[in-house]
Design a protein. Sequence first.
Length: 334
Amino acid sequence: MMALKHPKFRVFTVLFCVISITTFLFSYNYRAPSSYFYKLASRLSDNPVSKATCACSRCISAEDEDPWFSERFNQSMSPLMSKKNSMLSADTYKWWQWIQSEKHPANYSDVVRRLFQVIPGEERYMDSGPNRCRTCSVVGNSGNLKGSNYGALIDASDFIIRMNKAPTSGYEKDVGRRTTHHVMYPESAKNLQNTTNLVLIPFKTLDLQWIISALTTGTIKHTYLPVMAKIKANKNKVLIYSPTFFKYIFESWLEGHGRYPSTGFLALMLAIHICDEVNVYGFGADKAGNWHHYWENNLLGGAFRHTGVHDGDYEYNITLLLASKKKIKMFKGR
Ligand SMILES: *[C@@H]1O[C@H](CO)[C@@H](O)[C@H](O)[C@H]1NC(C)=O
Ligand SMILES: *[C@@H]1O[C@H](CO)[C@@H](O)[C@H](O)[C@H]1NC(C)=O
Ligand SMILES: *[C@@H]1O[C@H](CO)[C@@H](O)[C@H](O)[C@H]1NC(C)=O
Ligand SMILES: *[C@@H]1O[C@H](CO)[C@@H](O)[C@H](O)[C@H]1NC(C)=O
């Protein structure tokens, strides 16, 4: 008790005791009505019985889970490749190599190491919780967006996800002007604004080599088609769709239908896993039943849905089921 003899220490000790006791009393008091947190949680939710899993009025994942949804949905799966999760299991690597059957793939781990010398590779968006409300617009390329006037509604979301060649310039009234994430693969690439995240879907090892090249030396000009040698995009905002997640979508959500999922479906699944509220625009045919892009007049015909590579009907069916279960909201355009 040497310390107590010194007046400074005595004051300190008394203060310490007071603080400890009040802290104890306060935490005891607050803990006692144990329904406090429960009430707070249910206030945030539409359904008074289920606990809210996010801070939006509508959450993708709810505690009172629909069995069809919970059998498929795994929120722990990271949609994006990071330095930490980039290594693939033998099974995943084999499946991923099979989808486009690349003849002489480069050494995957060497390519990934070089990739993360060019782009960041930190874990992103795995922060779901009761305090997060992230709203997302997934904007497909359907002609049903023409004359829809959805622009302002689309732009009001936190994230706006577009895909492939989708332009906004000249179509703002119907499709909006903001893009936070643009999903593409080398053969469907386009230049982006500095503020937009480029989300690359790699279908083969060469696609990872392409993004390294397109952001640096520009040496890769051809895959199975001519591709952009250089791309205008912010290197710090380049994200890579994870092959492990890709396989999970194919198996859990498409149950092996088609050879592999389409860009539209992969973009929708990205949104479902990183957003709390998902609004979907520009999917499906227009009112006349025609399939075409909103920026083109040529009809894509049956080939669009029946390429043999994607099972468009099955994907659309899953999309409609998600809407009927109120996991997403579909805006059908006109
Ligand atoms: C969900 O994903 C995590 C992370 O990949 C995995 O460890 C877990 O086994 C998965 N859960 C189910 C039910 O598949
Ligand atoms: C890829 O390269 C690494 C060294 O960077 C080596 O350990 C590994 O065995 C190689 N893999 C194949 C399939 O050649
Ligand atoms: C793009 O954004 C980065 C920051 O992410 C910044 O360093 C860079 O200067 C910007 N480039 C242009 C052309 O605005
Ligand atoms: C769509 O989904 C429902 C319910 O899972 C199923 O009964 C139906 O056969 C599916 N249709 C197609 C075309 O896959």
